[in-house]
Design a binder for this molecule. Structure first.
Ligand code: PRX
Length: 567
């Protein structure tokens, strides 16, 4: 019988992490700084005048930057932060829409030795507060349109010494806020980059789990090795490519593959700071002659809903490689994209914690629509029996996705939460929290999450954070937030709410509760449906059992409920 511990797909058997070290001129013990590698090094290789970024916003305004611009603008921001007294190792939050300053700021923070903490700009004040407080963030770089959220919580954040506004222009700011204008700031041609080494912390991304508040996934500069190589091999980046990753850098895809992967490869990338519209997206792909596109199943399903005819109005002939991440990529989406674009979307599976793609359909590998593909070379992945924590030996058996720790971009811990991190490892395997099976050819098939985390449109939201926000609503006594199926977003949040005595639930209260959560957390975390109930299913010790409610939503068997309290 074949072993179901899979280490290597065939097409790139020779690919190894040392390939990346050699290509980047890295030797163990050397200085390695992601900010420098993504800009200065590309310039030193003679590509200073090459376009690094073509940026466009919703109104069609556009700006183009070379790798030399990337180098100088990131120097300028690094120098500005150092001048304010921000120290290496301090957390600097990037709280901006996808404007150029977000990208330069990310590299600038890394260049001065800070830890970049990107947060999704649609987060409400409570989501922001939780993450800034946990990280003990020193400085936040933001825009005028988002500064009100920072002002609301600042008094409760004693570590937050600097609030930097990049588009204040001449508008008045409050005391303790600092204006920074990239167009007016003196260009800093030379900046002494912080001599970070492999294990120096680089990026802190917050990610949601079932229990507790979001956890800070702590990356290091050595992650570059994995991000460089996987971007090159999985996304197939070549010298003349025009690459589009439509993820926001508030989430890990937008940094690993929206900044570090492409720019360390010297790839030209395009950024569209605008919401979804099929016509707008196709026009953007056509206008810039995008060749490689990294997207997500929800976006693909939205495009499918609009119909292939919309795509036919645009010249998408430059496209040559498509990849997807974040949620299960359904077989229909793969088949549809092959018919519509002439190329299938290649599924890629990974997590905030893994820092890089770990299971994937590599270019050139035969795709089985609906399968995530095979482990990337250098990654050992298996399906783990949830009882014995040994790899399942029988093909087709469903178990937990386990990875052997040790690849360069794996996080080094959760910020101030060593126990939470230790709990992710069993029997020498890092457990992703997902279930899958492996077929006789070694292809992985995703089955579902193994916890209560809700994956809505490719974004994980934690039930605990939503329930905590719900409890702050004056009418709510108890609540449970679970996933409910959705045709486009795969899952959306549904809240079961028990009201305080004397309060009756009606449509107005439902809307009020929804908006309450949206404002505090984010549009993603907002329940799309609320069901008022008199009680919630609980264990005998009084713990709410979300899985019973979730199973009802998905029409699945509820499983063993013998330990539940009969209320
Ligand atoms: O449940 C899996 C799902 O997204 C989770 C990771 O989410 P996050 O840390 O926010 O990172 C998202 C982008 C890398 C996984 O544990 N997921 C990610 N990719 C896939 C997926 N589920 C199915 N198929 C995928 N390709």
């Amino acid at each position: 019988m074949m072993s179901t511990v899979v280490t290597r797909p065939d097409p790139v058997a020779a690919v190894d992490w040392s390939n990346a070290e050699n290509a980047l001129g890295y030797r163990p013990g050397d200085v390695i700084n992601i900010g420098w590698h993504c800009s200065d090094r590309i310039c030193q290789e003679g590509r200073a005048a090459k376009t690094a970024l073509i940026w466009e916003d919703a109104a069609g305004a556009s700006r183009t930057y070379t790798f030399d611009d990337l180098r100088v603008h990131s120097n300028t921001i690094a120098d500005f932060l150092a001048g304010l007294g921000v120290q290496p190792g301090e957390r600097v939050c990037l709280f901006m829409d996808r404007i150029p300053e977000l990208y330069f700021g990310f590299l600038g923070v890394l260049k001065m030795g800070g830890i970049a903490q990107p947060l999704f700009s649609a987060f409400g004040d409570e989501s922001l507060m939780t993450r800034l407080a946990n990280a003990g963030t020193t400085a936040i770089i933001t825009q005028r349109k988002h500064v009100a959220k920072v002002r609301k919580i600042r008094a409760a954040l004693p570590d937050l010494r600097h609030v930097i506004v990049v588009d204040a222009h001449d508008a008045p700011l409050r005391e303790g806020e600092t204006a920074f204008d990239l167009d007016r700031a003196p260009r800093v041609e030379r900046f002494e980059v912080f001599p970070s080494t492999a294990e120096t912390p680089s990026v802190l991304h917050y990610t949601s789990g079932t229990t507790g508040l979001p956890k800070g996934a702590q990356h290091v500069h050595y992650s570059l090795i994995s991000q460089y190589l996987t971007a090159k091999v999985v996304l197939d980046l070549k010298e003349n490519d025009i690459y589009w990753c439509n993820a926001d850098p508030g989430w890990v895809t937008g940094t690993s593959y929206g900044i570090i992967g492409p720019w360390s490869n010297g790839t030209t990338q395009v950024v569209l700071d605008s919401g979804f519209s099929a016509d707008r997206w196709y026009a953007f792909l056509a206008k810039h002659r995008v060749t490689v596109w990294y997207s997500a199943p929800t976006a693909i399903r939205l495009l499918m809903r609009e119909g292939a005819a919309v795509a036919k109005h645009h010249d998408l002939s430059a496209l040559r490689h498509l990849a997807s991440v974040g949620e299960p990529l359904n077989a229909e989406a793969v088949i549809w994209s092959r018919e519509t674009f002439g190329h299938p979307f290649h599924d890629t599976f990974w997590q905030t914690e893994t820092g890089c793609i770990v299971i994937t359909n590599l270019p050139g590998m035969p795709i089985k629509p609906g399968s995530m593909g095979k482990p990337f070379p250098g990654i050992t992945a298996a399906v783990i029996d949830p009882k014995t924590y040994e790899p399942c030996t029988a093909p087709g058996r469903v178990g937990l996705i386990g990875l052997r720790p040790g690849w360069p971009s794996m996080i080094r811990g959760y910020w101030h939460n060593p126990d939470g991190y230790a709990r992710k490892f069993v029997n020498g395997w890092y457990l992703c929290g997902d279930r899958a099976s492996i077929d006789p050819d070694g292809y992985f098939w995703f089955v579902g999450r193994d916890d209560d985390v809700i994956n809505t449109g490719g974004h994980l939201v934690g039930p605990f954070e939503i329930e905590s926000a719900l409890l702050e609503h004056p009418a709510v006594a108890e609540s449970a937030a679970v996933a409910t199926p959705d045709l486009v977003n795969m899952e959306v949040v549904k809240a079961f709410v028990a009201l305080k005595p004397g309060i009756t639930g009606d449509e107005d209260l439902e809307l009020d509760i929804m908006n309450f959560v949206r404002k505090r957390l984010s549009p993603l975390a907002m329940p799309q449906a609320i069901e008022f109930v008199t009680s919630l299913p609980k264990t005998r010790s009084g713990k709410i059992v979300r899985r019973v409610l979730r199973a009802q939503e998905f029409g699945e068997p509820v499983g063993d409920i013998s330990t539940l309290m009969d209320e």
